[in-house]
Design a protein around this ligand. Structure first.
Ligand code: ACO
Length: 428
């Protein structure tokens, strides 16, 4: 007999189903609660609300565990490329050599943008935030591929659409950067790897082909691998909510890009660097910023610290911290911001406020320093996150459709006026 939870309301008992995940996470199923009792539940920010069953990514925030399709992030980060990881996240298994070859070939085939799309980039002001361009252009791409507006979630057509999106997001990102700086665009080169091609499109110049260093190629792969999925975070939930209205994959991920943009989510990677630059410029000690972050009358937060799920450590942050050291050493670079970041981390780990609230560096704390070493400009950091998160968004959109699809539509408790009569203009 399956276990049940009993809820007592107004003296009456209601049995609620309990379901248990493959890692023993437990949930009380309240889907029938309103019909049975007239009550809804309230959960601001959905901190305790499960919105789906998912087999893609597992996170244990207390133990600092992150696994894609069962594989620990530490192993994937060490052994897999981003393309291999994207395949795993999308299809559920590590690709065999022939599957990886076919997948890579599809990514190469779909890298170029329709030439009529190119002039749209010059319609943006040069100061346009690349996240705005990315979101707009993802929607626009679908106009040039009307067949993607209504794709099945399995079979060759899904394979094609998913590859098209994974590949074109990188071309759009690089074109946005080139056009904003008044630089000529670089078309994709089919002889390069996924990351190598992106770096070429970003940094090659007419008379100077960008040489992809293996250190930078590896660092970029790692950055993207670490961002590939993270279960029901703000942007992925957004993709699912939008997709639940049967909106197409492109408009769903474009909405995901918008959600990611905010400084409390993906936008934090750029905000961390701005904060570290500010510390450097002001010459103030980290203690000043820690006290400011603790002041409840000050909206300032220590960027790159805290996480809704990780309450011990974020495993991605540990991997990134080590990678930053390795890359700076391999490239013979010295970055003052790393020293400041290390001092800040050290100081917060000894501060009662941060200890009591379990606030540790998250994925965004060290990722900006890695992107700086790779040569990515600050306004592109959150775009880089979006490129990395694309496999997760697509996999979640697919899973949403593979399961019984029900439109997302939360309830509310109304706190406004009760019914009142309309007041004619003259009496207001
Ligand atoms: N600096 C100072 N105080 C903080 C911070 C921070 N970075 N993060 C959380 N707190 C405090 C909160 O004020 C709250 O204090 P209180 O209990 O006295 O009210 C307590 O810690 C709990 O935090 P919540 O806001 O309830 O945590 P929540 O899960 O809602 O938010 C979030 C998580 C948004 C990540 C938050 O920690 C934050 O704003 N961090 C800074 C921005 C950031 O780095 N975002 C990237 C997250 S990772 C990602 O999205 C990829």
């Amino acid at each position: 007999m399956s276990e049940k939870a009993t809820l007592t309301i107004e003296g009456k008992n209601y049995d609620l189903e309990i379901t248990i995940g493959s890692e023993n996470e437990k949930c009380i199923d309240i889907q029938q609660l309103r019909d049975a009792t007239g009550y809804i539940t309230m959960d601001h920010g959905f901190g305790n609300t499960g919105s789906c069953y998912s087999a893609i990514t597992y996170v244990d925030g207390d133990k600092g565990i992150l696994r894609y399709r069962g594989y620990p992030i530490e192993e994937i980060a060490e052994k897999a490329t981003f393309v291999e990881t994207a395949y795993l996240v999308l299809y559920g298994e590590l690709p065999k050599a022939s599957q990886l070859k076919a997948f890579s070939a599809r990514l190469k085939e779909h890298a170029p943008l329709h030439t009529n799309l190119e002039h749209h980039f010059s319609g943006f002001p040069t100061s346009a935030p690349p996240m705005a361009i990315l979101s707009a252009m993802l929607n626009l791409v679908s106009c040039f591929h009307p067949e993607v507006l209504d794709v099945p979630t399995t079979g060759a057509e899904f394979d094609r659409t998913a590859s098209l999106l994974l590949s074109k997001v990188r071309t759009i990102a690089a074109f946005a950067y080139r056009m904003a700086g008044g630089r000529p665009i670089n078309h994709p080169n089919p002889n390069l790897t996924y990351c190598g091609n992106f770096l070429h499109m970003m940094f090659s110049d007419p008379y100077q082909e960008y040489e992809v260093s293996p250190v930078i190629d590896k660092a970029l792969n790692l950055f993207l691998v670490l961002h590939a999925d993270h279960e029901q975070n703000c942007s992925t939930s957004t993709v699912r909510v939008v997709g639940s209205s049967r909106a197409n994959l492109f408009s769903s991920v474009a909405a995901g890009v918008c959600a990611l943009w905010g400084p409390l989510h993906g936008g934090a990677n750029a905000a961390v660097i701005e904060m570290l630059e500010d510390i450097k410029k002001s010459g103030r000690l980290p203690a000043y910023y820690i006290e400011k972050a603790k002041d409840k009358n000050d909206p300032f937060k220590l960027m790159g610290f805290g996480h809704r799920v990780y309450k011990n450590f974020d495993p991605r942050s540990l991997i990134l911290k080590k990678q930053v050291h390795d890359v700076l050493e391999a490239l013979h670079l010295d970055d003052d911001l790393l020293d400041i970041a290390l001092q800040l981390e050290q100081a917060t780990l000894q501060d009662d406020y941060f200890i009591k609230r379990n606030l540790y560096p998250n994925v965004d704390f060290y990722s900006g320093i890695l992107l700086r070493a790779i040569g990515i400009p600050l306004n592109m950091y959150t775009v880089m996150f979006a490129i990395g998160r694309m496999p997760g968004w697509i996999a979640n959109w697919k899973e949403l459709h593979d399961h019984k699809l029900r439109i997302s539509r939360p309830r509310q408790i109304y706190t406004g006026h009760t019914a009142r009569s309309f007041i004619p203009m003259a009496q207001r």
